[in-house]
Ligand binder design. Structure first.
Ligand SMILES: Cc1ncc(COP(=O)(O)O)c(C=O)c1O
Length: 393
C-alpha cells in the first residue's frame, strides 16, 4: 500500500483493520493476539461493548462545544477522578504530552506566583519519557528525542532514577517541580523504589517544590491500582494521565489539589478539544469498569499469572534474564546474549500472530487489556514461545 504519511514511524508490515477484546485482524484477515494494548491504551480491550455504547450514545447528543462551556460528561469524569484520588480539580487535554506540558506549566507558574521568578527549575530523571512536545522532550531524560530541536527550554536538570542522593544534591530553593514516572515505561518498565518516591515527596516538601507524577502509562488500573502512586504511600501535587484514561479514545488530564489549581486562572492555559464530550463520555464509562474492585483484583491475578509464565519462558528459552513490573504492565529484560535486539523479537512475534512491544532496545513490554482472559493469554504465550524458539534457533 502506498504510504502517504511522514516517515517518523517505522510501520509494521501488516495493517490492522478490526479488533475485538484482545484479538485483532489485519486487512488480509489474519488474526493476532494483542498483548500490547495499543501501548497501554486499550485497557478494556478493543471495542468493549460498554464503550461502544457510550460513544454511540454521546455521538447522538453533542460532539464538540467550545471550551467556554462545560459539559455533563466532562464534569462527570472529573468528579470520578476527584472522588477516587488525592485530587480536587482536573484539567482535560488530549494526550500524555499535553498533560505533562500542562503539569510543567502549572508548576512553573505556581512557583513564580508563590515564591518569585527564581523558582523555575525542573528536575527530571535520566531515561524518563514525558512526551513529544518541545517542553516534554526537553524534560524527558533521553537526549535522542530532543537534540535535533534545539534551542530547548532551559532550567531543566536530569538526575539518575532511583538515586536519592542525586535528587537531594540537585534540589534547591530554585526547584519548582520534580517530575517522576512511578514506573519508567518507555525505557524498560523500571519501577521506582518505595524509598525513592517517599524521599522525593519529602524533599519536595522541604524545598517548596511540587511533585509531579507522570502516570500516563502506569495509571488507570495497569498496576492493579487505579494509579500507581497508591502502591507507594505518598500522594503527588500534580498527576498526569492519558493513554488508558479514554480506553482507546484520545484524552489526557492533569489532576491537582485545591491549593494549586487556582494558579490556572482564566486564560492562563487551554485546549480547544480538551474535555471533549465524546472523549469524556467514553472515559467516564471506562473509569467505572477499570475502577471496579473486581477489575483491579483481576489485573493483579492475571498480572501474576502472566509474569510467572513469562519468567518460566525466559528460563526455558534463555531469552529473558528478568521479568519486572506491576500488574499487567510488564517488562522482560533480555539476557546479555540478546541485548539490543528487542525489536527483532516483536517482529518475530508478529509473524506468529502476536502483538507485543519493546521498551527500549533491551526490554520486551507487555501492556495488554486489563480484561485479558485465560484463553487469550495462553494462546498469546503459545505464539510467543513459538516465535522465540524460532528466533533463537
Ligand atoms: C510516561 C509517559 N508520559 C507521556 C507520554 C506521552 O503520551 P502521548 O504519546 O499520549 O503524548 C508517554 C507515552 O508513551 C508515556 O509513556
Amino acid at each position: 500500500m502506498q504510504n502517504y504519511l511522514t516517515p517518523n514511524f517505522s510501520f509494521a508490515p501488516m495493517i490492522p483493520e478490526r479488533a475485538l477484546g484482545s484479538r485483532v485482524w489485519d486487512t488480509e484477515g489474519r488474526e493476532y493476539i494483542d498483548l500490547s494494548g495499543g501501548i497501554a491504551v486499550n485497557a478494556l480491550g478493543h471495542c468493549h461493548p460498554d464503550l461502544v455504547a457510550a460513544l454511540a450514545e454521546q455521538s447522538q447528543k453533542l460532539w464538540h462545544i467550545s471550551n467556554i462551556y462545560t459539559t455533563k460528561p466532562a464534569q462527570e469524569l472529573a468528579q470520578k477522578l476527584v472522588e477516587h484520588t488525592f485530587a480536587d480539580k482536573v484539567f482535560f487535554c488530549n494526550s500524555g504530552a499535553e498533560a505533562n506540558e500542562a503539569a510543567l506549566k502549572l508548576a512553573r507558574k505556581y512557583g513564580r506566583d508563590h515564591f518569585g521568578g527564581h523558582k523555575t527549575e525542573i528536575i527530571s530523571c535520566l531515561n524518563s519519557f514525558h512526551g513529544r512536545t518541545l517542553f516534554t522532550v526537553s524534560v524527558g531524560g533521553q537526549p535522542k528525542y530532543s537534540k535535533d530541536y534545539a534551542p530547548l527550554p532551559q532550567g531543566i536538570t536530569h538526575v539518575p532514577f532511583n538515586d536519592i542522593a542525586a535528587l537531594e544534591a540537585a534540589i534547591s530553593e530554585n526547584t519548582c517541580a520534580v517530575i517522576i514516572e512511578p514506573i519508567q515505561g518507555e525505557s524498560g518498565i523500571l519501577p521506582a523504589t518505595q524509598e525513592y518516591l517517599q524521599a522525593a515527596r519529602r524533599l519536595c516538601d522541604e524545598h517548596g517544590a511540587l511533585l509531579i507524577l507522570d502516570e500516563v502509562q502506569t495509571g488507570m488500573g495497569h498496576t492493579g491500582k487505579l494509579f500507581a502512586y497508591e502502591h507507594y504511600g505518598i500522594t503527588p501535587d500534580i498527576l498526569s494521565s492519558a493513554k488508558a484514561l479514554g480506553g482507546g479514545f484520545p484524552i489526557g488530564a492533569i489532576l491537582t489539589t485545591d491549593k494549586i489549581a487556582p494558579t490556572f486562572g482564566p486564560g492562563t492555559h487551554g485546549s480547544t478539544f480538551g474535555g471533549n464530550p465524546m472523549a469524556c463520555a467514553v472515559g467516564s464509562r471506562a473509569f467505572d469498569i477499570i475502577n471496579a474492585p473486581e477489575t483491579l483484583a483481576y489485573v493483579e491475578k492475571q498480572g501474576q499469572k502472566l509474569q510467572t509464565t513469562l519468567r518460566e519462558l525466559g528460563e526455558k528459552t534463555g531469552v529473558f534474564k528478568e521479568v519486572r513490573g506491576m500488574g499487567l504492565l510488564i517488562g522482560c529484560v533480555l539476557s546479555d546474549k540478546y541485548q539490543g535486539r528487542a525489536s527483532e523479537i516483536t517482529a518475530a512475534a508478529l509473524k506468529h500472530g502476536l502483538m507485543v512491544l519493546v521498551a527500549g532496545a533491551d526490554v520486551m513490554r507487555f501492556a495488554p487489556s486489563l480484561l485479558l482472559n485465560d484463553e487469550d493469554m495462553a494462546e498469546g504465550l503459545k505464539r510467543l514461545e513459538a516465535a522465540l524458539t524460532e528466533w533463537i534457533a
